[in-house]
Write a protein that binds this ligand. Structure first.
Ligand SMILES: [Zn+2]
Length: 147
């Protein structure tokens, strides 16, 4: 698989760890959107598109995010320990929608996306810079990273 294009939309907020949304084209024919560049304590990393996991209210069957304390549908109190923990003991609240299967591929994507991100940061310092047009995902939560 070749990554033929990475488009980067920078997010301009200094306090947030979320630095950019990206889309990535593979072999000129398949696009993955909603890839995020996040500033971690050890540098930038790439988060694959993910969705919040949810479960069903035991009382009415309504669907709720795992962090919800009350049911969106009937208002019943929900127990707090519904999220499963991953190997590192962190709550697993998000599930990747698309992701690399092996470490080499993860590395390749990481390098390409971070390089494109840094290039875009440099471009953004030039006068007359026009930000890339990419629709931002509706849910801009920062997913935890399970590597
Ligand atoms: Zn309910």
């Amino acid at each position: 698989m070749e990554i033929s294009e990475v488009r980067v939309k920078l997010i301009d907020n200094k306090d947030d760890r979320l630095k950019a949304f990206c889309s990535m084209t593979m072999d000129n024919e398949f696009v993955v959107r909603d890839i995020k560049v996040i500033e971690g304590t050890g540098g930038y990393f790439v988060a694959m598109p993910s969705r919040k996991m949810s479960d069903h209210c035991p009382k009415c069957g309504g669907k709720n995010h795992l962090r919800a304390k009350f049911c969106n549908n009937c208002g019943a109190a929900l127990s707090e320990d519904r999220a499963r923990k991953n190997a590192k003991g962190r709550l697993k609240l998000h599930a990747d929608i698309a992701h690399p299967i092996n470490a080499e591929c993860r590395q390749k994507i990481q390098e390409k996306v971070i390089a494109a991100f840094k290039e875009e940061v440099e471009k953004s310092k030039q006068p007359g810079y026009k930000p890339t047009e990419i629709d931002e995902p509706p849910d801009d939560d920062i997913p935890e990273v399970v590597s």
